[in-house]
Structure formats: C-alpha cells, structure tokens
Design a protein around this ligand. Structure first.
Ligand code: URA
Ligand code: SF4
Length: 206
C-alpha cells in the first residue's frame, strides 16, 4: 500500500506523549501530522467517555458531522449506535468511544464531502493513538465496530461475518459498523441487521 513517502506518513508515534492520560492525549492529537489526513480535515476527532470506562468502543473514522463538531459518533451512525447500546442495556455515558483513525477521510463531490474508507496505511499511522488510549483506559472489553476497527484492535485482517459476537483474544468483541446498518434503513435487511448488532452488544460481559 503506497500512501506517500515516510516523510509524509511517519505515523503518529512522535506526537503521542508517553504515559499520558486521555485528556493529555486528546490535546496532543490536535498537533498530529502522522499522515496526510489532517490537512483537508476540519479538526482531529479524538474520543468521548470516561477514562475509567470498563468498555471501549472503537469505530472506523469520524464522518462529516464528527469532523465539523470535533466529537465522535454525533451523526447518523452515532444515533443508531445510541439506540443499539440502549437496547442492549449498556449505558452510553459509561463507555469510552473512539475511532481507529482520528481524521475524516473524504472525497469532494461538488459541495459534498463523501466518506472514503481509510487505507491500511492510515490505520497503521494512527495506531499509536489507539494503543495509548487503551493503555490509559485499560478496559475489560474492547468492542470493534466493523472490519477497520477490528483490524486496528487485533492487528490482523478480520472477517466480521465470521468472527462477530464472540470474545476474541479474551477481551475483544467484533460486530458490524453502525454505518452499515444505517445504510439499510428503509430496506428489508434493516431490522435483522439492527437486531444482530444489539445481540452482539449484549455479549459484552457485565
Ligand atoms: N463512524 C465512525 O466510525 N466513527 C464516528 O465517529 C462516526 C461515524
Ligand atoms: Fe495523526 Fe491519525 Fe490524523 Fe493521521 S489520521 S494525522 S495519524 S491523528
């Protein structure tokens, strides 16, 4: 995967303060130039939720709404995730929400900005942030939302269909990304996809 020279994508490592708590990480991330995604984005989108959370949820990358507001999961996918968490009996205020990649990647189409999935190189460049967050929060369970998050958390390619809903490596649960469910809204598969997401979230040990 080519995404420019090492100079352009050195990875986030040198911007990540060692042993830092979540607040210090969040503030340091505003300066990150670990890959080229910071440039066209409005701002970095780090995380929300308490540092002492038992459960960490990892998404893919911020979307258009998140890029504008600077908060993860505040758009349509976030609303659907809130509903699913509630239905699964998980308190949204008690979980820590973050993303594998902290800047919005998009393509301009006229005045619209269309989501573009991050490349493996972006996930790799951004991984030091996620590692530092997991080190600071030390959760009992990490829920990876979709294949990109699962790859970031487990460090290997993951088939969500094959591996969803089971505890992997003792503490990682893989499920679908809420955006994939949002895309089915108004279509026949929506109810099943939402129910399956809730069923996976119910597997989070309490
Ligand atoms: N999708 C994600 O993966 N993360 C967000 O923060 C919002 C939408
Ligand atoms: Fe840094 Fe991650 Fe943003 Fe790239 S996407 S600039 S590695 S915070």
């Amino acid at each position: 995967m080519r995404s420019g020279s090492d100079d352009e994508a050195p990875g986030a490592g040198r911007w990540v303060p060692e042993g830092a708590g979540v607040d210090a990480l969040r503030s340091a991330a505003t300066r990150c130039r670990g890959c080229e995604l910071w440039r066209p984005a409005t701002q970095v989108v780090f995380s929300r939720g308490p540092q002492d959370a038992r459960v960490v949820l990892v998404g893919e990358q911020p979307g258009d709404h998140e890029d504008r507001e600077g908060e993860p999961f505040v758009g349509p996918a976030g609303r659907l995730l809130s509903e699913a968490l509630q239905e699964a009996g998980l308190d949204e205020g008690a979980v820590y929400l973050t993303n594998a990649v902290k800047h919005f990647r998009f393509e301009e189409r006229g005045r619209r900005r269309l989501h573009k999935a991050p490349a493996v190189a972006h996930v790799r460049a951004c991984a030091p942030w996620l590692a530092a967050e997991l080190g600071a929060v030390q959760p009992e369970v990490v829920v990876a939302l979709g294949a990109t998050a699962a790859r970031a958390v487990l460090g290997r390619p993951v088939s969500v269909t094959a591996e969803r809903g089971r505890l992997l490596d003792g503490h990682v649960l893989v499920t679908t990304h809420p955006s994939a469910v949002v895309r089915l809204r108004g279509r026949p598969g929506f109810d099943d996809a939402f129910t399956a997401l809730v069923a996976d979230l119910r597997r989070v040990p309490r």
